[in-house]
Every structure is written in C-alpha cells, then in structure tokens.
Design a protein around this ligand. Structure first.
Ligand code: BTN
Length: 239
C-alpha cells in the first residue's frame, strides 16, 4: 500500500480523484482540509484536531450489487477504531457513526463501475478527535476527546484506523451496530418527511421499512434518515 500524509489539503478526496488507478491501496491523510466535501454536496468542516482520510482501492472482482459491503466495512473499521479508544459507537444507517447519540464521524463513498463491477472505490472519512465545532453543531456533533476516549493522539487514532481499514467486516457485524432497527425514524425524501418503522436490513444494504402498514425497501442514496429522540420527547427529531 501507499500512504500520502499532509498537514493540510483542500480535500483528501480531491487529491485521490487526481490519482490514476493502479493495483495497490492508497491512503491519503490530512490533519485539516480547507475544502472538505460532505454528503449531498454539502461542505464538511475539517478543522485541525480531526483526522481526514481517503482510502483509494481497486477491487478486482466486486459486483456492483455488493457495493454496500464497502460502506458496511468502512463503517465497521471506524467502529472498531473507536472501540480501541474505549468508546461505544453506533451506526446510523447507512454510515454515520455516533457516540452518545451525536455524530463523531462522517463517511463519503464514491465508487466507479466498469460494466457490472466496482473497479475503483474512494472512501473518505472525517473523524473528530479533538476538533471543536461551532456552537450550533454542539448538540449533534461530538469528538473523541469529549466523548471520553482514552489515550488519544492523532497518530494513535490514524494508525488504528489505517489498520482497521485493511480488514474486512461482514454485513452481520455491521447490522449488530445499527441503532435504527426496531425503531421509528424519519425518512426525508426530497421535500417530504415521513415517519416509518425500520424493520430490518436486506443483503444489499437496503432498509426494510413499514410506513403505515405498507412495507417497502429504501436505498441509502434515495433518502436521508433522521432519528427520533426517545422518551420523554418522543417524536422530536435529533439527528
Ligand atoms: C458526511 O457528510 O458526513 C461525510 C463527510 C466525509 C468527509 C471526509 S473527510 C475526508 C474526505 N475528504 C473530503 O473532502 N471528504 C471526506
């Protein structure tokens, strides 16, 4: 594998985008980003104190239908990393990582297909270690230090994450950490917000939900999911 490390980059994803395809995995790591990208075209705050990493890989035989495994495996690598620092993470489907109900890590994946196979996969991870957020985000975002992580340092977290990203994790393991199954959640579909019951996960990573008695499958790219706060404020949107 090849590792590029920077103090600062506009975006580790953009740097990865500029690299040609090859065979070995490539890791691009930065201590801060000046133009970080989040999901749904949003920007991603990337202050010093966080870990910003992109893993570029070139799968040889991964059917497009199994692409969700990349998402599940990445989320699990972050989960295992957080556990190494004594934290107890949960996964908000499909790939937000939460600690104490607040977001500690965001993941952005871009896969390139050749025919029916994934030929190039770019996995971007923004993990909050010590970085601070603006006041308005303090109720929904948290960093590892604030969450009570033990023995934290940038390099210890970086090494743990790079090593976890070299392992493979199953969909069953991923499912065990999901915090949405068996719960009422909101689905945002365009302008519409619907309350549904999240029943289970399908083998290809879709969520089976029950909306007023009607069961349907939703894909990660189609909707945004919001959790509901449980008692005493049931029904209140929290994340
Ligand atoms: C999200 O919106 O939750 C996903 C955020 C993904 C951010 C990471 S940080 C490293 C990589 N480089 C980027 O510009 N974005 C991803």
């Amino acid at each position: 594998m090849k590792v590029y490390e920077f103090d600062s980059l506009p975006s580790t994803n953009d740097f990865a985008d500029s690299l040609p395809s090859g065979s070995e995995d490539i890791y691009i790591i930065a201590k801060r980003q000046t133009d970080g990208h989040g999901t749904k075209g949003r920007s991603f705050l990337s202050a010093e104190g966080g870990l910003y990493l992109t893993k570029l890989s070139f799968p040889e035989n991964l059917p497009a239908s199994a692409a969700f495994l990349i998402m599940a495996s990445t989320a699990m690598a972050v989960v295992k990393t957080l556990e190494e620092f004594s934290l107890a993470p949960k996964i908000k489907w499909p790939n937000d990582i939460l600690v104490n109900g607040k977001k500690i890590c965001g993941i952005l994946i871009k896969n390139t297909l050749s025919g029916e196979k994934v030929s190039r996969s770019m996995v971007g991870i923004g993990l909050n270690i010590f970085n601070e957020f603006p006041e308005e985000l303090s109720s929904i975002a948290i960093n590892m230090a604030e969450a009570g992580g033990k023995n934290l340092s940038f390099s210890a977290v970086k090494n743990a994450l790079v090593s976890a990203l070299q392992k493979e994790y199953s969909l069953e393991e991923y499912e065990r950490y999901l915090c949405v199954l068996g719960k009422k959640v909101f689905l945002l579909e365009g302008e519409e917000k619907k309350e549904v019951f999240a029943q289970s996960l399908t083998e290809d990573g879709r969520l089976k939900v029950n909306e007023n008695g009607e069961v349907r499958l939703v894909s990660a790219g189609e909707v945004s999911l919001r959790l509901l706060k449980e008692v005493p404020d049931e029904g209140k949107e929290i994340l």
